[in-house]
Design a binder for this molecule. Structure first.
Ligand SMILES: [Zn+2]
Ligand SMILES: [Zn+2]
Length: 238
């Protein structure tokens, strides 16, 4: 009753475009929902890293790079291509402090994760930011997204065990090989035994070359965890 009065007085505005009214029970307005649907990653994808295959006739299999070098995670999945609506929204979220999008992103991941072959999780871990970067930005975007997911799934959220041990160059200007090198030794666990034998989902906003997710996964795997990676969007080769 009170909820519907509040809705009438303050119609729930879409957190992505801030123009239209969002649909009841949905995180965004119909037009933004359509924008996100258009860039949803579709099968067939690599069964391991989640990279979509260009040929839509091939069945699900393991991609060449994953066959060549088994990734440190058991499985990685992203919901959207890092383009169009997702690119705009993530940019606004991260660089324009549009934090109102965090619950919408958590909702999108929650809705998608049901269709992913992930087992039940013990712990959710956001990709950490270096303390300097955290001070500069004021928030860790991955942690904000994780909060909603952990709460809904009733899974432990761990944000202070995996830490960024060294400051690194911004990945954005680096090529794939440089990105991996730049991140070597960048992450560490404060107390590794806490993750032994745990099923962990590592969460980030974007999967670009996978260097960050892989480096975090390595550290978690070394501690004896089974790692699953979940990102809202990923860079897709077209
Ligand atoms: Zn909208
Ligand atoms: Zn793969």
């Amino acid at each position: 009753m009170l909820g519907s009065i509040i809705d009438i007085l303050f119609p729930p505005v879409c957190p992505a475009c801030e123009k239209a009214v969002r649909d009841k029970g949905k995180p965004l307005c119909a037009s933004c929902e359509a924008g996100f649907s258009a860039i949803r990653i579709m099968r067939p994808i690599c069964a391991v890293c989640g990279e979509p295959f260009i040929s839509t006739t091939s069945g699900e299999h393991t991609c060449g790079p994953c066959l060549e070098q088994t990734p440190p995670f058991a499985m990685a999945r992203s919901v959207y291509s890092y383009a169009g609506a997702a690119l705009d929204a993530i940019h606004r979220f991260k660089y324009s402090n549009h934090l109102i999008l965090a619950p919408a992103f958590a909702d999108m991941l929650l809705r998608a994760v049901g269709d992913m072959p992930f087992p039940d999780m013990d712990v959710i871990v956001p990709v950490p930011l270096h303390a300097g970067k955290l001070r500069q930005r004021g928030f860790n975007q991955s942690l904000l997204i994780c909060r909603g997911i952990a709460k809904k799934l009733k899974v432990d959220l761990s944000y202070d065990n995996l830490v960024r041990a060294k400051a690194t160059l911004p990945q954005v200007n680096l090529k794939a090989a440089e990105r991996a090198k730049n991140l070597t030794g960048a992450f560490a666990l404060r107390f590794a035994p806490a993750f032994k034998g745990k099923r962990i989902t590592i969460v980030d906003d974007v999967y670009t070359t996978g260097a960050t997710i892989k480096e975090c996964s390595k550290v978690l795997k070394k501690a004896g965890a089974e790692v699953y990676a979940l990102t809202l969007a990923r860079t897709v080769k077209l």
